[in-house]
Design a protein around this ligand. Structure first.
Ligand SMILES: [Fe+2]
Ligand SMILES: [Fe+2]
Length: 184
């Protein structure tokens, strides 16, 4: 059987289509993550607002309050990136995030000390991953300024996670939660 031989023009066209497809996939993936993260930061910020207000220890209150501030900064950064790549937040996710954040924030006053600390740490570990993956897509798209910023944001989430991890480290309920939710 004869294998068709592609000439140089054909190969160039094929590779340009492939490049276009790769960058379009990366762009869509990046937009999806940023839209998710934008609303996720809203939920996190309101959840942390309830969390720090529910704490008694002054150092813990101050730390979680500063984490809330970090999440607002992240949200502003993510919005700027979304606009820069020609996209926008999704209203339905915003509404859902607002409800989730407010509910968790309120719930922190009811469920005691350990669970909010545990689930905050678990959430932070997912945020690290989210920003690292977004940095990878930005690299594919040649958006180097995004890469640096997203890595910095991932590092901040890493610090948040480390704080919560340290808090729950010796708690008697940790082994049970770890086996159920795979974090800690
Ligand atoms: Fe964040
Ligand atoms: Fe965080």
């Amino acid at each position: 059987m004869q294998v068709p031989v592609m000439n140089n023009v054909g190969l160039q066209e094929l590779s340009s289509v492939r490049l276009k497809t790769t960058s379009e996939v990366a762009r869509l993936a990046l937009i999806g993550i940023l839209q998710n993260a934008f609303s996720g930061e809203l939920a996190a910020a309101y959840a942390y607002r309830g969390h720090w207000k529910s704490l008694r220890d002054p150092d813990e209150r101050e730390k979680v309050r500063s984490i809330e501030n970090d999440e607002w900064v992240h949200r502003a950064n993510v919005l700027r990136m979304l606009i820069e790549i020609g996209s926008a937040p999704r209203r339905i996710r915003e509404v859902r995030a607002w409800l989730i954040g407010r509910t968790i924030g309120f719930g922190c006053h009811l469920v005691g000390w350990f669970l909010p600390m545990y689930f905050a740490g678990r959430l932070e570990s997912q945020n690290i991953e989210e920003y690292e993956v977004a940095a990878g897509h930005s690299r594919v798209l040649g958006l180097e300024r995004f890469v640096a910023e997203l890595r910095t944001m991932a590092d901040v989430e890493r610090d948040h996670e480390a704080f919560f991890r340290g808090k729950v480290a010796n708690h008697r309920l940790l082994p049970v939660l770890r086996s159920l939710f795979r974090w800690g």
